[in-house]
Design a protein around this ligand. Structure first.
Ligand code: ADP
Ligand code: MG
Length: 276
């Protein structure tokens, strides 16, 4: 327990994996909530038209609510779209409405179409969001312009990997796209963090997926794995994060621990000594 250490500069994470249902939203929301509950200022950006992260953080996101759509398409400043989460005031959320479903196509014709989120976040962090320690961007399950905007805006990629069959399927495509973004749009982007989700310690399958991922990504994989837990999946139904819904559950404790690991690691391994 106790407060988590503040980073020396704002750390911006994109939570990405083009597979659906691997725990992107659950991870974005609960890491953000865990850090905010431990005294850090956190900005959560919901970039999925489904708005599941907004729901879990109890942020209204009916069509027409100012959110990421307006930030991307109308250049609405983030401070005019952000809402404090009612249960955790240090968690600020830019909600996603269903209007965002059209943004992928509407962005195509616009100038700076890949950099619009970056511009918005940089402007916010240089002004009203100067106190923000961590930014988490929850991506939709695709590698389209919304995810590209997030990858251009972020410095670190966090990839949740579900400990299930076909866990590694599609990862080479994801890494390939990250490589293209690094080459052409954001050379500072780094795959700093892998989080194993829906881990079931009782099954050989979970253990072998975990071992394979650790073999491939080494110390980028957090030592904490998130267990499969009914409580985690129930929380959004009550417009709660697991951190507030059941703070002593194994799910809450594991997200708290994963969050603490991230804060202790400082910046990415490639970024030697930058945060020390
Ligand atoms: P994504 O954003 O990648 O599509 P979600 O975070 O929405 O994935 O998770 C997919 C589903 O799995 C959701 O119903 C969620 O509640 C559930 N879920 C996520 N993590 C866990 C977990 N550790 N244990 C049990 N259910 C989980
Ligand atoms: Mg999601």
């Amino acid at each position: 327990s106790g407060r988590y250490e503040r980073p020396s500069h704002t750390r911006v994470f994109v939570v990405a994996n083009q597979k659906g249902g691997v725990g992107k939203t659950t991870t974005s929301v609960n890491l953000a909530a865990a850090m905010a509950a431990r005294g850090l200022s956190v900005l959560l950006i919901d970039l999925d038209p489904q708005g599941n992260a907004s729901t879990a953080a109890a942020i209204p996101h009916a069509s027409g609510t100012p959110g990421t759509y307006e930030v991307l398409l109308d250049e609405l400043p983030i401070e005019d779209a952000v809402q404090a989460s009612p249960d955790i005031p240090a968690l600020r959320v830019v909600p996603a409405t269903i209007d965002l479903a059209g943004a992928e196509i509407e962005l195509v014709g616009l100038e700076q179409r890949e950099r619009r989120l970056r511009t918005a976040i940089d402007t916010y962090l240089a002004g009203p969001g100067a106190d923000i320690d961590y930014v988490f961007i929850d991506c939709p399950p695709s590698l389209g312009l919304l995810t590209i905007n997030a990858m251009v805006a972020a410095r670190e990629v966090l990839i949740p990997i579900q400990c299930e069959y076909y866990a590694l399927e599609g990862l080479s495509q994801l890494l390939g796209n990250i490589g293209l973004v690094q080459q052409h749009l954001n050379q500072d982007l780094d795959v700093s963090t892998i989080l194993l989700t829906m881990h079931d310690a009782r099954t050989n399958l979970s253990s072998s997926v975990a071992a394979e991922v650790r073999g491939h990504f080494g110390d980028r994989v957090l030592s904490t794995a998130i267990p499969r837990s009914v409580r985690i999946s129930e929380a959004p139904g009550y417009q709660q994060t697991i951190i507030t819904y059941d703070p002593n559950s194994t799910g809450a404790l594991s997200y708290m621990e994963a969050a603490r690991e991230i804060t202790q690691r400082g910046a990415a391994p490639a970024d030697q000594g930058a945060s020390s």
